[in-house]
Design a protein around this ligand. Sequence first.
Ligand code: G4P
Ligand code: NA
Ligand code: NA
Length: 194
Amino acid sequence: MKVLEERIRQDGRILSNTVLKVDSFLNHQVDTTLVLEIGREFARIFGGRPITKVLTIEASGIQFAMAASIALGVPFVYAKKKKAVTQEGEVYSAPVHSFTRGESYLVSISRQYLGPDDKVLIVDDFLATGAALVCLADIVQESGAELLGVGCVIEKSFQEGRGLLEERGIEVHALARIASMAPGEIVFIGNEAV
Ligand code: G4P
Ligand code: NA
Ligand code: NA
C-alpha cells in the first residue's frame, strides 16, 4: 500500500534494526483517514471471502480491526489481555509470551462472541514474532470457527511471524512489508499481487 509506505518513510522512527515507532500516526496518535483507508484495503484483499467477524487483540489492533469491520460490514471482536486467571469456562484463553516486552500474559475471548458459525479475518498492527497472532489463530481453531486469513498493517519480514502462520496453512497479507531497516534507511518488499 503505497500511501502507507510513504507515510512510514516520512513519519516512522526507526529506533534500532528491529523496532519501528509509528506512534505519531498509527499507534498512539491516530490518523483516522489513513486508518479508514487501511480498512478499505483489507476489505479489498479479503472481501471476496464470506467473513462474518474480524478479530484482533488489544490495544493497538483495535483501530485497524474496526476500520476493516466497517469496510466489510461485519462486527469485530478484540481479545483481551489479562495477567490474572480469568473465569474458567466462559472464555477461550491462551498464554502468550511477548518477546518485545519480555513478559507473558493471557489472551481471552468470551465464548459468546466466537463459535463454529464464524468465518474469521484476524487483523493486527504489526506482524513481528507472530506470538500474539499464533495465539489468536489457536483460539479461533479451538472455537470451531474457520480462519479465512490474517491481515497485518506492517510486517517486519526479517522476523519469524509470517513463517509461523504459513506453517499452519494460514494465508497472510501485509500492507507494508519491511525487508530490513536501520536508522535513516528502510527497505520495503514490493507490493504483493493480490
Ligand atoms: P506479534 O508479532 O504477534 O505482534 O508479537 P511480538 O511479541 O513480536 O510483539 C509484541 C508487541 O510489540 C505487539 O504489541 C506488537 O504489535 C509490538 N511490536 C512488535 N514489533 C514492533 C515494532 O517494530 N514497533 C512497534 N511500535 N510495535 C511493535 P502488543 O503486545 O500486542 O501490544 P499493544 O501495543 O497492541 O498493546
Ligand atoms: Na498489536
Ligand atoms: Na503493538
